[in-house]
Design a protein around this ligand. Sequence first.
Ligand SMILES: Cc1ncc(COP(=O)(O)O)c(C=O)c1O
Length: 353
Amino acid sequence: MPPLVSDRGRRMPASPIRKLMPLAEAAKARGVRVYHLNIGQPDLETPEPMRRRLAQAPRIFAYSPSVGTPECLATFVEYYRRLGIPLSADELITTTGGSEAVLFALMACANEGDEVLLVEPFYTNYQAFATMAGLRLRPLTCRGEDGFHLPAREAWEGALTPRTRLVLLCNPNNPTGTVYGPEELQAVAAFCREHGLFLVSDEVYREFVYDGRKLVSALALPGFEENVVVVDSLSKRYSACGIRLGCLATRNRDLYLACLRCRSTTARTSPPGCSRTSASAAPPSWWPPPPVSTRPRASARTRCASPTCSSGKTWRPPWTSWPRASPPTARPADSAPCPSRQPARLAPRPPSR
Ligand SMILES: Cc1ncc(COP(=O)(O)O)c(C=O)c1O
């Protein structure tokens, strides 16, 4: 009898993002122009100093410290410092893209069989990460009419079970493009603190905000240090998806150490060598990089990012109604792109489940 693959292996969902790739390649071969909205890969050049640094290869590609090299960690520390977020090197772990950071966070925050609250539509690979970590996703639906802002507190309370361990938030959100404001973020963090949950904030699209607002990182919320873990990536910020470098940041010491152990238990030993070399050459003038819409090679997606929809009207989502009973009037700063022309629709919607 042939051996059987594991239940986990069977449950692992095939990536709907990757599924589209051969179809796109076949269409291109037929001469069709393809815009890759299925994958979050900017079409800008990776900064030249990062590419140049790769030419200075070390004589030996050795294992690095599990957390990443001091040089690479210093680059991250400086990046967050410029954002006004003081972090020390021992609150950061260099990871293989944001993907590994999400996986480590899930593995360290919850036990097998535990549940993760998140809003849907969500980044489709979250399902695969949760399956790898043995966790169950419990999605709360967000609605276009509300600008895909977070559901009311009652909805979160209603979804809570004894197995809930964390909230996984993607801000700015992929795929909806919604940017959660400080009040909204504060409210979800308070919900987490009150119920002893972790807040895993995926901020890989931090710079992809098109209406002049500045994203408030979950790391910048005072009083939630024990709850918050941020997952981050160089992929989008530097148009460097292929170097596979990201990081995980938390001030919760136990969680930090657990994430670090995940690196050795998953036999990953150290982050990718060439990438961390390249990352440490990331030019300070790109901290943060110029707004995408002002870069010379504006892509189709960038043009779609205009806060004005095709009708010429600016679409303003209502400010979150949570935790208030009734939403206040939308403020100018709350305007966002029309959901039908969202910039961050970089991955397909997850399959309906
Ligand atoms: C929301 C979100 N988080 C994480 C990732 C993973 O990024 P990375 O390429 O750095 O692994 C992606 C990639 O598309 C993403 O869209």
